[in-house]
Ligand binder design. Structure first.
Ligand SMILES: [Zn+2]
Length: 282
């Protein structure tokens, strides 16, 4: 029997699929999308749960072995990444920031959670249609990914192999419904996971992305000037910068309006993560 949690998740996906049916002229395509989202989920999950039943959690944090933190390159390229965390206080969109990226033609990788998508499905659809942006996985329920009860910043971790699977795979399938492309990268909530979760993500063909430049935009009240300095001080060829796109009341956008021209002056270009060779802690 499928678990109640799974049934609730499928219901959520089907609700999103129903939205797509109503927005899509071709009903057949959407039927396929629905099927794609829910087919083989239980079987895939059982396989992973069985394979990892004796897994040791290993280290937990933002920089555990197996996570990717930078692009392998000698060129002056930088990946700007923006998380959309969702939840009661994290489900808005910093439209000024997104418009700025579009106006300046800055490619970016957007890590988006299932709960953010659920509250913003038409905005999400618009973002996913823009070739400037690469849509990646920020987890279905926005939990740090751990097979134990590890937590970060007071957010409880997924807690089991089964829940880690749901956190990664349910959101990957949700994203695929919209984009027709399965995410290749997963950034857990708080960029934190244990080594077991890194292995589970790899089993699901997703690499876990951390960062090497912490912008600090997640801390409420951080002035734009501090975010600007955090980025400019740390950035180097191949850097992955972590920022957020879901808090218009914070200062990420204001900081970027100064950071971008400065980095361009230094000869940097901005790239998405897709197709890049990545490295991290061994
Ligand atoms: Zn987040």
């Amino acid at each position: 029997m499928p678990s109640l949690y799974y049934l609730a998740m499928v219901k959520k996906i089907l609700n999103i699929a129903t939205f797509l049916v109503s927005a899509n002229l071709c009903g057949q395509t959407s039927e396929l999308q629905k099927e794609q989202a829910s087919s083989n989920y239980d079987q895939a999950k059982s396989k992973v749960v069985e394979k990892f039943k004796n897994v040791k959690p290993g280290k937990f944090g933002e920089f555990v072995p197996g996570m990717k933190t930078k692009i392998i390159t000698t060129k002056k390229i930088i990946a700007l990444t923006f998380d959309a965390c969702g939840g009661p206080t994290g489900s808005e969109l910093d439209t000024a920031l997104i418009e700025f990226l579009k106006t300046e033609k800055i490619p970016a990788t957007l890590f988006i959670s299932g709960s953010w998508i659920e509250r913003n499905d038409s905005l999400f659809r618009q973002l996913s249609l823009d070739p400037l942006f690469e849509i990646e996985n920020h987890g279905f329920s926005h939990c740090p990914c751990s097979v134990t009860t590890n937590s970060k910043y007071g957010i409880g971790g997924t807690g089991s192999v089964s829940a880690a699977f749901d956190e990664i795979e349910m959101n990957a399938r949700t994203i695929e419904l919209y984009t027709k492309r399965k995410p290749q990268f997963f950034r857990p909530a708080a960029a934190s996971a244990d080594q077991a979760c890194v292995a589970i993500a790899n089993e699901l063909k997703e690499k876990i992305i951390s960062f090497d430049v912490l912008s600090g935009d997640a801390v409420p009240g951080t002035p734009a000037d501090v975010i600007r300095k955090n980025i400019l001080k740390k950035v180097k060829p191949g850097s992955i910068v972590i920022m957020h796109m879901n808090h218009p009341e914070r200062n990420g956008f204001e900081a970027l309006t100064e950071v971008i021209p400065e980095l361009r002056k230094q000869g940097y270009e901005f790239v998405k993560l897709e197709g890049r060779s990545l490295s991290g802690k061994k």
